[in-house]
Design a protein around this ligand. Structure first.
Ligand code: FMN
Length: 371
């Protein structure tokens, strides 16, 4: 089988190692999109509404440039860090994405194994193809954060995650109803709900149809910060608020007890038009004022994007679609190669920007491009 997972050293006289597998992230995306049916491509790639948020997420990265620091003396930069006590070989976690078996049979099991191999971490989705338990059994070191929705069964799911060995919850706070997904509507997208039902087989957990009714309905009861604070105070685990884009939401989440924030617009899949995550990051970071760590997702596609997010106040990034491309392209090996390439690019950028460690990356490393 072709080895997709490692970069062999360049032979003498070769400028670049002669890759037999994926050499750049775009090759992984191309391979992924070739594997999938058009409806599943749209489910993966699409955003809500006119996809203004989706486009803005990428546009926001394009407005920043990283300042070169010539003759800095930095070599062998260290990408290692930690997030909420989890050691990470690079400031990268995979975002929770449900329906993962639509992309590859291995689903989040393959994603978690890839994270374990890379020294990074998974946020394991509630609406995934495999249960929290199965993912944790496959890769206990990487599957430590369980994502869940603030719905009726919240405390049952949280307890289930705790028993399966997860040490942190990630509560998606931007999904009181699913975004208006035009591509899925146009396709009459109607996947087998089993792909989203990995966690729907336990006592007290809702049937997957009920979960979808909640996700797609507009009149099912939706929670506020007070209810979330009460429910999480009864759970024995720290929790991350995923889906914060404003100073106000950051304040409310921290007041409700959040141990970390994810600045996210759900990859442009929820409110459209909404602010780009990167544009919202400085406001959220200023409001958090160092009280809790911050991750950013939505639009991260390169190692330089990771650098830019860290410079603007993030401690780590989550990758959603990038991880799904890796999964669809080549299962565990594809996700592993994705994380390797991201890390390799981040190290390159860090060296050229004269930053020896991720803690050296700050706003002084950036300049805004003239408009
Ligand atoms: C196919 C797919 C399914 C997703 N499912 C979930 C989910 O079940 N829960 C959740 O909180 N976020 C979900 N997300 C959002 C991701 O966690 C993340 O916020 C987003 O993908 C980040 O943007 P990016 O794809 O540009 O990296 C999903 C994203 C995708 C692409």
């Amino acid at each position: 089988m072709t080895d997709l997972t490692s970069t062999p050293p360049a032979a003498p006289g070769e400028m670049y190692p002669q890759e037999t597998g994926f050499a750049v992230l775009d090759e992984i995306r191309d391979a992924a999109l070739e594997q999938l049916s058009p409806e599943v491509v749209d489910y993966l790639e699409g955003g809500a509404g006119t996809e203004a948020t989706l486009r803005a997420n990428r546009g926001a990265f394009g407005r920043w440039a990283i300042k070169p620091r010539p003759m800095s003396g930095v070599s062998g930069p260290d990408t290692g860090t930690e997030f909420l006590g989890l050691p990470l070989s690079a400031p990268v976690l995979t975002a929770p994405f449900g329906g993962d078996g639509l992309f590859h049979d291995g689903g989040q099991i393959a994603v978690a194994r890839a994270n374990a191999a890379c020294g990074t971490a998974s946020i394991v989705p509630e609406a995934g193809t495999f249960s929290y338990e199965r993912v944790a059994e496959a890769a206990p070191a990487a599957a430590r954060i369980a994502q869940l929705h603030p719905f009726e069964h919240f405390e049952v799911s949280a307890e289930r995650a705790r028993r399966a060995g997860y040490t942190t919850l990630c509560v998606t706070v931007d999904c009181s109803t699913a975004g208006f997904r035009v591509r899925n509507r146009t396709n009459r997208f109607s996947p087998d709900l089993a792909y989203f039902a990995g966690n729907q087989d336990g006592v007290g957990t809702p049937q997957v149809a009920e979960m979808f009714e909640r996700l797609l309905g507009l009149s099912t009861p939706s929670w506020d910060w007070g209810r979330l604070a009460e429910a999480t105070s009864r759970c024995a685990l720290p929790w991350i608020a995923k889906g914060v884009l404003t100073a106000d939401a950051a304040e409310q989440a921290i007041a409700a007890g959040a141990a970390a924030l994810v600045v996210s617009n759900h990859g442009g899949r929820q409110l459209d038009p909404a602010p780009a995550s990167l544009d919202a990051l400085p406001e959220v970071a200023a409001a958090a004022a160092g009280r809790v760590p911050i991750a950013l997702d939505s639009g991260v596609r390169t190692g330089s994007d990771i650098f830019t997010a860290l410079a603007l106040g993030a401690d780590a990034v989550l990758i959603g679609r990038l991880a799904a491309y890796g999964l669809a392209a080549a299962g565990e090996e594809g996700v592993r190669r994705t994380i390797e390439l991201l890390t390799e690019e981040l190290r390159t950028v860090m060296m050229l920007a004269g930053t020896a460690s991720v803690s050296d990356i700050d706003a002084n490393c950036l300049t805004e491009r003239p408009r």
